[in-house]
Design a binder for this molecule. Structure first.
Ligand code: HEM
Length: 277
């Protein structure tokens, strides 16, 4: 297989192609680090209170999260939080090229577990949004936005799994990259919201008491659709082999790298860290 084959187009040829490959890798590394901070928060907040036998303290963040006597609903929430940890850590492992090449068996098993986690998180999430009263999400617009995210997770997981089974590896890689981004949707929502709050020096476009408003409705769709659109642009630029298109994609990604770093810093400092201390 040469570096011109479609499966390896992402490695890039020529200065523009190689730059795009490097900027993409840098963004991915930053995203994985940012998701690791999210995992540390989930472990340090939800995990710590669960281990101390005080899951009711989860309600400091999710006002109606833990409900005494609601075994089924509480289990769905606990499972949701547990699988948050496995899916975010598992995603990093799956994308690590060395592991894919050196330990393909581990890649396959971790991949199966990743898909199972995706299934549990999206179905459990849908159940909570549409059946639990007073869950910590805004109005109908946001419910539809996060439900679209769940639907995309399910569809991409299916398409990625099927492509791997049929040994269509370039296609498998594309669907899995899309799955990784939509699984990260809730993380994009949080870093996007915190960046917005910092840039605007306060809540703009939504009511912080009801957690409703046009900006949050927009964000609940953008958390899924915007990363997918950017990925599609990058994939087209890689496949086109046209330097102008590749430079444009690199410049867009470089800007998004800065925005992502800003969002991670803002979410860590304003949302996650204060809940750990
Ligand atoms: C697949 C990736 C997902 C991850 C990693 C994830 C992670 C989390 C985390 C960490 C929380 C706790 C809130 C916080 O402390 O920030 C949470 C809450 C919640 N998630 Fe998810 N989630 C995912 C997908 C979904 C989906 C697709 C839905 C809905 C369709 C959903 C619905 C909810 C709801 C409703 C809550 C709040 C529960 C309550 O208020 O009782 N999640 N999620």
């Amino acid at each position: 297989m040469t570096s011109h084959s479609p499966a390896l187009a992402w490695l890039g040829t020529g200065l523009a192609g190689r730059t795009l490959a490097r900027v993409s890798a840098a963004w991915l590394l930053l995203a994985l680090l940012g998701q690791l901070v999210f995992v540390i928060y989930v472990l340090g907040f939800y995990g710590r209170h669960a281990l101390a036998g005080q899951p009711e303290l989860w309600n400091q963040v999710l006002p109606h999260g833990w409900r005494a006597g609601h075994t089924w609903g509480n289990s769905v929430l606990a499972g949701h939080l547990l699988f948050t940890i496995t899916i975010l850590l598992g995603g990093g492992l799956q994308l690590w090229p060395r592991l894919r090449h050196k330990a393909p068996g581990l890649h396959r098993w971790n991949g199966r577990f990743y898909l199972l986690s995706a299934l549990i998180l999206s179905l459990g999430g849908l159940l909570m949004v549409w059946t639990r009263e007073g869950v910590g999400l805004g109005g109908l617009g946001q419910h539809l936005g996060i439900s679209l995210n769940a639907l995309f997770i399910l569809v991409f997981a299916w398409l990625g799994w099927r492509a791997a089974r049929q040994r269509r590896m370039a296609e498998h890689r594309r669907w899995m990259l899309r799955l990784f981004l939509v699984v990260g949707g809730v993380w994009f929502f949080r870093i996007g919201l915190m960046l917005w709050l910092v840039v605007n020096q306060g809540p703009v476009g939504f009511d912080p008491k009801t957690f409703e408003g046009p900006f949050l409705t927009f964000l609940s769709f953008a958390q899924t659709l915007l990363p997918l659109a950017v990925l599609q642009g990058v994939l087209w630029a890689q496949a086109s082999q046209r330097p102008a298109q590749q430079w444009a994609a690199s410049a867009t990604l470089a800007l998004l790298l800065l925005a992502t770093a800003g969002g991670i810093a803002a979410a860590s400092a304003l949302m996650w860290w204060p809940r750990l201390v």
